[in-house]
Structure formats: structure tokens, C-alpha cells
Write a protein that binds this ligand. Sequence first.
Ligand code: ZN
Length: 115
Amino acid sequence: MNWTIVLLRGARLPAMGIAVALVIMWAAWNMRGTPHGAAFFEPFRWASLALLTFALVAYGYFMHRLLRWERTQGDQGCVRCGGPTGVLQTGRLIRGNQLSDFRRCYSCGKTSPDA
Ligand SMILES: [Zn+2]
């Protein structure tokens, strides 16, 4: 199991949220002295904190799912490599055939049908 890949795949959404929140905070801090900057960033005042909170909650949920997988309490792992899988995604409808719902493996990237 490559844990670097698992972390990169599982924590990419929280990492992007934290990065965007930090960029907004940095820009607002740098432009706080100018009248245009202060007026422009007024609506984003709480947006960066809300985004940061959302990212931390999303990261906590990812860690919660990893711990449940480690204790074999959650969903069964990947059918190919046994690695931890992501959130449930609905299967596509192809020419009238409904494909089964699936979870994508954080380790190998392949899909596993939901049991
Ligand atoms: Zn896998």
C-alpha cells in the first residue's frame, strides 16, 4: 500500500480548500490598507474562515473513514488491492443499463462495486 498516493487522493479536496483560504487571507491582508482592496475583500471576510472550517471538517471525515477502514468497521476495501475506498458514487446509465454504484480506491485508483 502506497500511503503517499492514498493521502494525495483522499486529502486533495481539503488541501485545495486550505490553499484557497490561505490565498484569500494573504491577499486580503496585503490589500487591507488600500480603499479598493478593503472594499473588494469585505464580502470574502468570513468566506475564507468558512472555507478553512469546511476543509478541516472534510479532512477529519477522510481520517475518520481511514480509521474505520483500518479497523474493518466501514465498507469493505478495494476488491483488487484491499485498500481504503472513497465515498459512494452513483453508477452511470449507459444505453438503458444502470451500472452499479461504486467506490473508487484511494490506493490503486480503480473502482469497486458497492456491496
Ligand atoms: Zn485498490
